[in-house]
Ligand binder design. Structure first.
Ligand code: BJW
Length: 227
């Protein structure tokens, strides 16, 4: 069976990492929409670096949970395309390989000048690109107004899948929020696993409400039995 899974901040919440739009989603009074833009970085790079420098060690010390491990097992029985909006590496450390990090990675640095990418040190503030040294380093994160990574591969998988699942995402950020509709229109069975109904619940045939660490392992077991 061809399965596409999209994950969001809700699955890392149970590893202790804050979501973007829940309680505590504001950082120093800023919504993510105020700091995660190229314009914010041009206006105040120190502020934007502080936001990411603070989150990098938190993500590093967080541990994968039952959701990350269950999705790694799913790959062993089905043809899985695992797409995450999350910029932590918990899927990777939870045993999944070939994870599509469509919004980039916290542990990466990017040169806006030449596109060179390299592992991020503890802080990127004031660093120059090691390839050409001409431009300041920025986090390898997809900000609002920028094209997410690997869209061609994601869209091809959505068009061809039998099952699409969105897990722990509020459905407020596009293009990811449109994946359920694309998959359903292409004939897939669509399922949403979330604490609550989201902004895009209507695009799903099936809803499993509850903490992802409970709903996802059970769903993976059911799907694995159908291999
Ligand atoms: C649990 C749980 C538990 C909690 N168990 N569940 C007007 C209309 C439509 C679109 C646009 C528009 N104006 C602009 C746009 C486009 C824009 C956009 O969508 N803006 C919206 C705000 C309207 N999008 C873009 O700019 C994107 N690029 C783009 O569109 O390029 C052009 C293009 C065109 C055509 C095709 C393709 C591309 C880029 C978006 C970049 C997003 N970047 C961010 C920040 C960077 C990362 C970082 O700093 O960490 O990525 S925004 C932020 O939101 C982050 C996340 O990945 C993303 C999604 O958030 P997520 O994961 O859904 O988290 P939350 O907090 O919102 O929700 C958590 C959910 O979990 C909740 O539902 C809880 O219930 C649940 N939950 N605990 C289960 N235990």
């Amino acid at each position: 069976m061809r399965v596409v899974v999209l994950t969001g901040a809700g699955i890392s919440a149970e590893s202790g990492l804050a979501t973007f739009r829940g309680a505590g989603g504001l950082w120093e009074g800023h919504a993510v929409e105020d700091v995660a833009t190229p314009e914010a970085f041009a206006r105040d790079p120190a502020l934007v670096h502080r936001f990411y420098d603070m989150r990098r060690p938190r993500a590093k010390s967080a541990q994968p949970n039952a959701v990350h491990r269950a999705l790694a097992r799913l790959r062993e029985v089905h043809d899985l395309t695992l797409v995450t909006q999350n910029v932590d590496d918990l899927h990777d450390r939870g045993g999944a390989n070939d994870v599509i990090h469509m919004h980039g990675r916290l542990d990466g640095a990017l040169c806006a000048g030449c596109g060179h990418r390299w592992p991020a040190p503890e802080s990127l503030a004031g660093l120059l690109c090691p390839a050409r040294g001409a431009k300041e380093a920025r986090p390898d994160i997809v900000w609002f107004g920028e094209m997410p990574y690997e869209m061609d591969r994601i869209l091809a998988a959505l068009e061809a899948c039998d099952v699409f699942a969105a897990i722990g995402t509020s459905g407020q950020v596009y293009p990811a929020a449109g994946f359920g509709r694309i998959a359903a229109q292409a004939g897939a069975h669509t399922v949403e696993l979330n604490l609550d109904r989201s902004a895009i619940s209507r695009d799903f045939h099936e809803h499993r409400i509850g903490p992802a660490t409970e709903t996802v392992p059970a769903w993976v077991e059911e799907l694995s039995a159908r291999a």
